[in-house]
Design a protein around this ligand. Structure first.
Ligand code: CA
Length: 515
């Protein structure tokens, strides 16, 4: 597997049609995406959710049902059947593209039956504060998977395997509110928002229960081997014990003998929290650079008033790019979804150019930005020139990087390239147009560079020291790439001179003839 210029692609958005045909659609895109430079696809959660065909995959019901058993009113998931999933994975493998599976082990939803439980109501904004004495209640925590039986795993879940729910029944009355089971404590190695952020939704899985840990490690190995996947995207890790996934991923790496590339969603703009998670997991797990995404969203709404020199301040890419997966938007930030930090259209090409062409971090391209979102109420147009930028990563984004994040509006960087045919100079502005002297390396001396995105901007000649003065229009991005050697220009000039001499010769010859 080529480790150079890796590129992730998020293979879904929230509003794909719930018709069970999505695996087949994805399969048909394998060649196109590989050609654009994608090296890894992040597939949506493939197992049966509470919402059956309408579940995006995060309302997890049965992690062993990949669209194979008649459960929640359907055999296929929103994306299709298990066999179609496997065919899609093979199609990407045939193109040399790795497949990452989305893993949701924080919670379960859509239980098969109720159980009697004991526990306490806790405050929503301070989960450490018990608002009641011990109460007897009914909770929906029994998972039998009758449609699957014991296929792949005989494990049945009950309230002992969970910590908490947010819906109980008492005296025949339904009650909303976080209910912590007797004998259970929140994990300490989770995010500390709301006192303790172990609880997110549904029936919260007790990752400290040895039976649960054993079962989930068994599941991970089974899934990795059974579906022939290459790595993982881990959901909602700030609500889960950091120690759990540290051990889980090591078990799978030991079992497979493979890299099992893994990136986790720790949704926080607080760099300190991200670094703490990387520390707790001993650097085994990469994280999405959420602070960088938030900077992009802020710039795109700041009317040019953001200091572009500070773009990478307090980002994971800025301090620990080895663990950073960079991205612009995703299925949670897209219009209609909860997070509401969508990056405005005008800034999208700038943000993508930066993450795709810099040497730091592994960039992840969002389906909704590449293909657009067709849902009539939440329409998104494809980002212009995204395919061009992805291909530039593949063809030109090589060699040493020089950064020029030194101005309020106009900033950029260069890549020297491995030879005179590649390398690039990126210049962008969130305000007025501008120009900047930047170094591309002496091996480009005398060469002309052109803007791959705006050919009408003309040419820039690289001087003998390997520097050029590059330009950019206001509120846009330019990516200057080598167009040819100055020597060629001389050849053209000689040819032109020769043509003129020939014409003069002909004129003299004709004049002599007429005498
Ligand atoms: Ca949890």
């Amino acid at each position: 597997m080529n480790q150079k210029n890796r590129m992730m692609f998020q293979m879904f958005e929230w509003y794909l049609p719930g018709d069970g045909k999505n695996w087949n659609r994805f399969r048909a895109k394998a060649y196109e995406l590989a050609d654009a430079g994608v090296t890894m696809v992040w597939m949506p959660p493939a197992y049966k959710g509470m919402g059956g065909m309408n579940d995006v995959g995060y309302g997890v019901y049965d992690i062993y049902d990949l669209g194979e058993f008649d459960q929640k009113g359907t055999i296929p998931t929103k994306y299709g059947t298990k066999d179609e999933y496997f065919k899609a994975i093979r199609a990407f493998h045939d193109q040399g593209v790795q497949v990452l599976a989305d893993i949701v082990l924080n919670h379960k939803m859509g239980a098969d039956g109720p159980e009697a439980v004991e526990g306490y109501e806790v405050a929503y904004d301070n989960r450490n504060f018990k608002m009641s004495d011990k109460i007897c209640a009914t909770a929906f925590t029994q998972f039998n998977f009758d449609g699957r039986g014991n296929a792949y795993s005989p494990f049945k879940w009950n309230h002992n395997h969970f910590k908490s729910v947010d819906y109980t029944e008492r005296d025949g009355q339904g009650r909303n509110g976080i209910f912590l089971f007797e004998g259970k404590n929140w994990a300490r190695d989770v995010d500390n928002e709301n006192g303790n952020f172990d609880y997110l939704m549904g029936a919260d899985i007790d990752l400290e229960n040895p039976e649960v840990r054993e079962e989930l490690i068994r599941f991970g190995k089974w899934y990795y081997h059974f579906a022939d996947i290459d790595g993982f995207r881990l959901d909602a890790v700030k609500h889960m014990s950091a120690g759990f996934y540290k051990d889980w991923i090591q078990e799978i790496r030991d079992f497979s003998g493979e890299e099992a590339f893994t990136v986790a969603e720790f949704w926080s703009g607080d760099l300190g929290k991200l670094r703490n998670y990387i520390h707790q997991t001993e650097g085994k797990i990469n994280l999405f650079d959420v602070p960088l995404h938030m900077n992009f969203a802020n710039i795109s709404n700041a009317n040019g008033q953001f200091d572009m020199a500070k773009l990478f301040d307090n980002t994971l890419t800025g301090v620990d790019s080895w663990h950073a997966v960079t991205f612009v938007d995703n299925h949670d930030t897209q219009p209609g979804q909860a997070l509401g930090t969508w990056v405005s259209d005008w800034f999208k090409p700038i943000a993508y150019a930066i993450i795709l062409l810099q040497e730091k971090g592994i960039p992840c391209v969002f389906y909704g930005d590449y293909y657009g979102v067709n849902d009539p109420e939440h329409e998104v147009k494809p980002v212009a020139q995204l395919n061009t930028l992805m291909k530039l990563r593949k063809t030109h984004a090589y060699g040493m990087q020089h950064d020029y994040f030194d101005h309020f509006d106009v900033v950029g960087f260069t890549r020297e390239g491995e030879n005179e045919a590649n390398g690039l100079a990126l210049l962008c502005s969130d305000g007025p147009e501008g120009s900047k002297w930047m170094e591309v390396g002496k091996h480009h001396a005398g060469q002309y560079f052109v803007d791959a995105l705006n050919p009408d901007l003309g040419r820039v000649q690289i001087n003998q020291d390997g520097w050029g003065e590059f330009r950019v229009r206001g509120g846009s991005v330019s990516v200057w790439i080598p167009s040819g050697k100055a020597v060629l220009e001389v050849k053209i000039s000689l040819k032109q001179i020769f043509g003129v001499v020939k014409k003069i010769g002909q004129w003299i010859f004709n004049n002599k003839k007429h005498k």
